[in-house]
Design a protein around this ligand. Structure first.
Ligand code: ADP
Ligand code: MG
Length: 355
C-alpha cells in the first residue's frame, strides 16, 4: 500500500539574516526572497557562507541577526523539528543496517507515526524518486546514484514545504552528477517544490536553477537568473565565476545615450555603458565571442596556442590588451601558432563592468 504524499512549495524570506561565530562573520546580514515552487542555488567558493545560510534556513543554526519567514510565518526562533523543512546531506547519512524502506520511514516512525502508515508513505516516496520495489534492499546493495535518491525520498517523506540540498552530488562521478542534477530538477518541477541548493560548481548551478545567488566573503555578490548572471554580471568576480571569461582593461572614450564607445588597444567597440563613466574600465569577454576576422580593423593578435578538442578548437591569442582565451568551431580552424590575425569581438559576449 502507498499513502500519497502531500507536497507543496512555500516561499522563504530572509530579512537581514546574519550569523557570527565569535569574531568570525560567516554570513553578513542579507535579504533574500526564494519564491515558492522555485529552485534557487547558493553558489560560491568554499568558505563563503553557503552551508551556514542553508543551515539557518533549516533551523540547524540559530541566526544571530534578522528574521526568517517560511510560507509567511516567522520561524526565526523555531527549532529544526518544528519547521517544515528537510535537508539532503552530501554524505546521504543512510543507516547501513536498515533496509531502504526503514531508512526512508525512519523520520516518520521516530516522530510517532504508526509503522504501517510510515511504511505506506515511504513506499510512495520511493516511487516518487523512481525506486519502486527497492524498499527491501540494504543501502550497500544500491549504487551511489540510487543511494542519493533514497536520501531524497527520506527528505520528501516528511512532506516538507522547503527542501534543502548541501552539495548533494559531490560524492558521484561526473556522468552520474549530470544525470542526478537533471533528476533533481525534474522532480522539483514536477512536484512544485521549493528547493534551496548549495553548490560550488557553476555548471551545476546554471543547469538546474531558476535563480542563482552568487556568494562571496559572507555576502551576496549578485542574484539573478542564470542568463542574467552570465550575460549581465555585476562585477568581475561574478563574471569570472560564471563560466570562462577573459578579463581585460580598456578605456571608455565617450558615452552616448545607453551606449559607450570603448577602446581596447586598436579595436573600437560600441557597448551598453552599464553605469560606467569615461576613463579606464574592466571588460569581460566570453571565449565564444572572439573570432578571427577578415576585416583590416579590429584587435591585432598573434596565435599563441591552438588546441584541438574534437568538437571545437581552443585558442590563446597574444594581444596588446593581454592574453585572450577563445573557443571556436570552423571559423577559428587551422591557425598555426605564431600567425598574425585580426580579432573581431561579438558585442553579445562582451560586457563592461564596474571594478
Ligand atoms: N561552527 C563554526 N564555528 C566557527 N566558524 C565557522 C563555523 N561554521 C562555519 N564557520 C566559518 O564560517 C565561514 C563560512 O563557512 P561555510 O558556511 O561552511 O562556508 P561554505 O559552505 O560556503 O564553504 C567559514 O569561514 C567557516 O570557517
Ligand atoms: Mg559548505
Amino acid at each position: 500500500m502507498t499513502l500519497p504524499l502531500k507536497l507543496s512549495g512555500a516561499e522563504v524570506r530572509l530579512a537581514g539574516i546574519g550569523k557570527r561565530y565569535g569574531q568570525v562573520t560567516a554570513v553578513k546580514p542579507l535579504d533574500l526572497v526564494i519564491e515558492g515552487g522555485t529552485l534557487v542555488t547558493l553558489l560560491g567558493p568554499s568558505g563563503c557562507g553557503k552551508t551556514t545560510l542553508l543551515r539557518m534556513i533549516a533551523g540547524l543554526e540559530q541566526a544571530t541577526e534578522g528574521r526568517l519567514f517560511i510560507g509567511g510565518k516567522d520561524v526565526t526562533l523555531l527549532p529544526a523539528g518544528e519547521r517544515n523543512v528537510s535537508m539532503v546531506f552530501q554524505s546521504y547519512a543512510l543507516f547501513p543496517h536498515m533496509s531502504v524502506l526503514d531508512n526512508v520511514a525512519y523520520g516518520l516512525v521516530s516522530s510517532g507515526i504508526r509503522k504501517r502508515d510510515a511504511h505506506a508513505k515511504a513506499e510512495a516516496a520511493l516511487e516518487t524518486v523512481g525506486l519502486k520495489g527497492f524498499g527491501g534492499r540494504l543501502p550497500s546493495e544500491m549504487s551511489g546514484g540510487q543511494q542519493q535518491r533514497v536520501a531524497v525520498a527520506r527528505a520528501l517523506v516528511l512532506e516538507p514545504e522547503v527542501l534543502l540540498f548541501d552539495e548533494p552530488l559531490s560524492n558521484l562521478d561526473a556522468r552520474l552528477r549530470r544525470s542526478m542534477r537533471e533528476e533533481i530538477r525534474a522532480l522539483q518541477q514536477r512536484l512544485g517544490l521549493t528547493v534551496v541548493y548549495v553548490t560550488h560548481d557553476q555548471a551545476e548551478a546554471l543547469a538546474v536553477s531558476d535563480k542563482i545567488v552568487v556568494m562571496r566573503n559572507a555576502e551576496i555578490a549578485q542574484a539573478g537568473t542564470p542568463e542574467e548572471l552570465y550575460t549581465q554580471p555585476g562585477n568581475v568576480f561574478v563574471a569570472t565565476f560564471m563560466g570562462e571569461a577573459n578579463h581585460v582593461r580598456g578605456v571608455v572614450e565617450s558615452i552616448d545615450g545607453a551606449l559607450a564607445t570603448v577602446k581596447l588597444d586598436e579595436a573600437v567597440l560600441t557597448l551598453p555603458h552599464r553605469g560606467t563613466t569615461p576613463g579606464p574600465v574592466d571588460i569581460v569577454i566570453r571565449p565564444e565571442a572572439i573570432r578571427i576576422s577578415n576585416s583590416p580593423v579590429g584587435l591585432p593578435a598573434k596565435v599563441a596556442r591552438a588546441t584541438y578538442m574534437g568538437s571545437h578548437t581552443e585558442y590563446h591569442f597574444a594581444t596588446a590588451a593581454g592574453e585572450l582565451f577563445a573557443v571556436g568551431a570552423d571559423r577559428l580552424k587551422r591557425r598555426a601558432p605564431g600567425e598574425a590575425v585580426m580579432l573581431a569581438l561579438d558585442p553579445e559576449g562582451v560586457v563592461l563592468v564596474k571594478p
